[in-house]
Design a protein around this ligand. Structure first.
Ligand SMILES: [Zn+2]
Ligand SMILES: [Zn+2]
Length: 135
């Protein structure tokens, strides 16, 4: 039993470690392919389960966009994302946002507002380049 627990801990630590190295906000499947290099016996289900546990406990952030695969982010600091509408890549928005966020009142509709997340959509440099080349 204790063996099983330590194996789970190692798996979770490696998943967290590999996710932390990536700025690409991988899907469970993408992360699975990377983690498998260090843990050849790990299953996609195990990776998925661990990602859910880690995001529930606030160690990682889950990015859910309807109609796309769930993505995961090892960076839990407040930051904004930009998603490419063409290839689906999700990157962090670097630098200051050119748009300023509206002043958010403390209470809206019975809620006490504690924060605001803004996700941008756009066309990534790679997709822009390939569309320019094809015209
Ligand atoms: Zn793109
Ligand atoms: Zn991010």
């Amino acid at each position: 039993m204790s063996n099983q627990i330590s194996r789970m801990t190692i798996q979770r630590t490696i998943i967290l470690d590999e996710l932390g190295k990536l700025a690409t906000h991988p899907t469970a499947d993408e992360l699975y392919r990377i983690v498998r290099k260090r843990l050849p016996k790990i299953s996609l289900g195990t990776v998925y389960r661990n990602l859910e546990i880690l995001s529930c406990s606030g160690r990682i952030r889950k990015i859910e966009v309807p109609g796309t695969m769930k993505r995961f982010d090892g960076n839990t600091d407040i930051h904004h994302h930009v998603r490419c509408v063409s290839c689906g890549a999700v990157r962090d928005v670097r630098g200051e946002l050119a748009v300023s966020l509206p002043e958010i009142p403390g209470d809206i509709d019975g809620y006490r507002i504690v924060g605001c997340r803004l996700d941008l959509i756009g066309i990534c440099p790679k997709c822009r380049k390939s569309s320019e080349n094809s015209t």
